[in-house]
Design a protein around this ligand. Sequence first.
Ligand code: SF4
Ligand code: SF4
Length: 438
Amino acid sequence: MRESRYNIWVDDGTQSYVYNGFSGKVAAVPTAQREPIVRFLAGDDAAPADPALLHALVDGQMIVADGFDELSLLRRRYALTRRNADRFHLTVVTSLGCNFDCPYCFEAKHPSLLDDAVQERLLRLVDVKLRTVRALSVLWYGGEPLVGLTALLGLSDELLARAAGAGASYTAAIITNGYLLTEPVARQLRGRGVTAAQVTIDGPPEVHDRRRPLAGGRGTFATLLENVTAVADLLDVSVRVNLDAENVGQAPRLLAILAANGLAGRVGVHPGHVVTPAGNTRAPSARYRAACLPRAEYAAAEQRFFDVAADLGFATPGPPGPVGAPCTAVRDNELVVGSRGELYKCTETVGDGSEVVGNLLNWPQAGDRLMKWLTYDPFADAECRACPALPVCMGGCAYHAMDGRLRDSRCSTFRFNHEEQVRRLITRRARRPAPAGS
Ligand code: SF4
Ligand code: SF4
C-alpha cells in the first residue's frame, strides 16, 4: 500500500486532515496517528496504526494499492466523460449584440439576434439528439442574452416541451451582464426552467462603472445592485467579479457593499480572471493586455477575495471536486451555437470567424478546427501529468493551453494554492453547527 499522489495534507494545530483530489474526500487524522500510518505504509507491521482510520483512508483513496495506476484511471475518466452520450448540452448565443461596452470584452460583437430560421434549425438538431440522450441542458449566453429575450423565451418553451415529450430532463442557466435582469424578467426565466444566473459586478460604483459601462458610457452599478437584490430569491444568483491589476484592490469594498445590502448568504460571489486571448484581434480585449494578472498572482488574489467574502458571511468554496473532461470545448456532445447559427466549441471564441467549427445545417462536420478540440489531450502534457491539481483540473482551459502566451492561464488555481483551498474547507466544516442532539 502507498499514499495517493493526490493527497493534500493540512494541519490546524490540533489535528491533521488529508484531502484527496482523485476522490474529492477529506479525512481527519489525529496528529498522533500520522507517524504510525507512515510506518505502516513503509511495511512496519508492528506500527500501531488505527485499523478504522486505515479503512477510512482506503475508502477515501488516500491510501491505494502499490500497483494502482492513478494516472491511467484519470485518463479513462477523462475519455469516458468526454464521450458522455447521455447528455446534450448547448450554450446558445441569443444575441451577439450587447448593451454594454466593456474594455476587456473578448468578443467582436455585432447586433445579430437568433432569428426564426436559426431557431428552427436548432430545434431540428435537438430533436435528433433527444432520440438518444436522457438530459438536455442549456446555458443562455451572449453578447448579452437578455437583448435576445424574445428568442430565449420562445426557444425555452420549445425545448421544455420537446425534452418532456422525450422523457429527458431539462435544466438551464444564464450568464448575463444583469442590466435587463429585472424581477419580472427573472420570473419569466424561472418559468422557463432557468434556475441560475451569473451577473458580473467589477467593483464599487466608480470602479465598476468605468469597467462595465453601457454602450455610450453611462454607469450600470446602481441598476445591477437593484436587480440582483430583487431577483436573489428567484434565481441562484452568482456575482462574478472580474479581476485584473486595475481593480484587484477594490474587491473588498464591493463585497462590503453587497453585504451591507443584505446579499451575504443570498447570492454567491466569486472572482474571475481577466485574460485576453490572442485570437480575436477585432475584440476590445486585443487592446487590454497590460492589466492582466499572471495566473499565480491571480490565484493569490482569489484567496484574498474568498477570505474577505467569508468574513462578511458569504458562502465560499473549498477545493474543486474531481472532474472529467472539464468543459464544452473538449466534450463530444456539447456545442456553442452563435446567433447566426454558426457553431463553436469554446465560449471564449464566440464571434471569432476563424474559430467557427461548422453550422447547424451541416453538423456534425469533421474538420481540423473541430478536431483540435476533440483531440486535445492534457495527458500528453508533462506538466499536467506531474501536477497535483490534475484530478480537479484535467488540463484546465484548452483554449488557453493552445495559446502560447496564455499557457499558464489554463491552470486551475488549485495548482498554486491547494493547501489554502483545503484549509478553507476544513475551516468551513469546523464552523458548521453541530447536528441537533450531538
Ligand atoms: S464583457 Fe459581456 S457585458 Fe461586457 S461588452 Fe462583452 S458581452 Fe457585453
Ligand atoms: S493546473 Fe495546469 S498543469 Fe495542472 S493539470 Fe491543470 S492545466 Fe495541467
